[in-house]
Design a protein around this ligand. Structure first.
Ligand code: PRP
Length: 209
């Protein structure tokens, strides 16, 4: 049985459709309900819906053999997994944002609010800029508006959240998209099936371009 961790939500639905196309369907998954685990014994596959930011934990610890996680999570937590393929879904970017007219004159420590503490720290370390990190769990955009921080490091997809809160992208740090990841030992023991899925998904990505 190949255990697959799918990110719950819109991205997960698209990802499952790709697995289905690859010949690993599990029709029950499309039925409405609150069930989280689905199995197709004949195809030798078991899917489970997990919180998108938890996929990498399931895969790293071997509870899932493969899964789909955002590059943001892989960069932030650096799980010990193989990154097999860029699915080119869920595209967005990690960016520094702040008030439109903000200019960092370097005079004092920059206050940065973010969920992505490691990404932000590494980015500013690379610039040699001293920062004070303020770790938040969501609605990061509020921080500079209320004066809690000077800027934020966050995910920007359409840009509407920033726009509607009078903020703007100041610098792009890195592009983000969904990645197929594999548990390292599963990749040895279930390699044939994993590689088969990987190459079918790859062909689907290439066909899209
Ligand atoms: C993410 C991100 C931004 C928003 C960006 O938040 O943190 O707030 O989406 O998308 P946009 O550019 O299309 O507006 P999410 O909805 O995941 O909620 P959060 O506030 O809990 O981070």
């Amino acid at each position: 049985m190949l255990n697959v961790a799918l990110p719950k939500g819109r991205l997960g639905d698209k990802v499952y459709a790709m697995f289905e196309k690859a010949g690993f369907e599990c029709p029950a998954i499309r039925e409405p309900g609150r069930k989280l685990i689905f199995e197709n014994e004949e195809k030798g596959v078991r899917y489970f819906w997990v919180k998108p930011s938890d996929v990498a934990i399931y895969v790293e610890r071997g509870a899932a053999d493969i899964g789909v996680a955002g590059k943001d999570i892989l960069l932030e937590y650096r799980p010990d997994v193989y990154e097999l393929l860029d699915l080119e879904l869920g595209k967005c970017r990690m960016a520094v944002a702040g008030p439109r007219d903000f200019h960092d004159d370097g005079a004092r420590t920059l206050r940065v609010a973010t969920k992505f503490v490691n990404i932000a720290s590494e980015y500013y370390a690379g610039l040699g800029r001293e920062i004070d990190i303020i770790q938040l769990n969501g609605s990061i955009e509020i921080a500079p508006i209320l004066g809690l921080s000077d800027v934020i490091v966050d995910i920007v997809e359409t840009g509407s959240t920033l726009k509607e809160n009078d903020l703007a992208v100041l610098e792009t740090i890195v592009p983000i998209s969904a990645r197929l990841i594999a548990n390292k030992s599963a990749f040895q023991f279930k390699g044939t099936q994993i590689r088969q899925i990987q190459s079918s998904l790859k062909a689907q990505v290439e066909k899209r371009d």
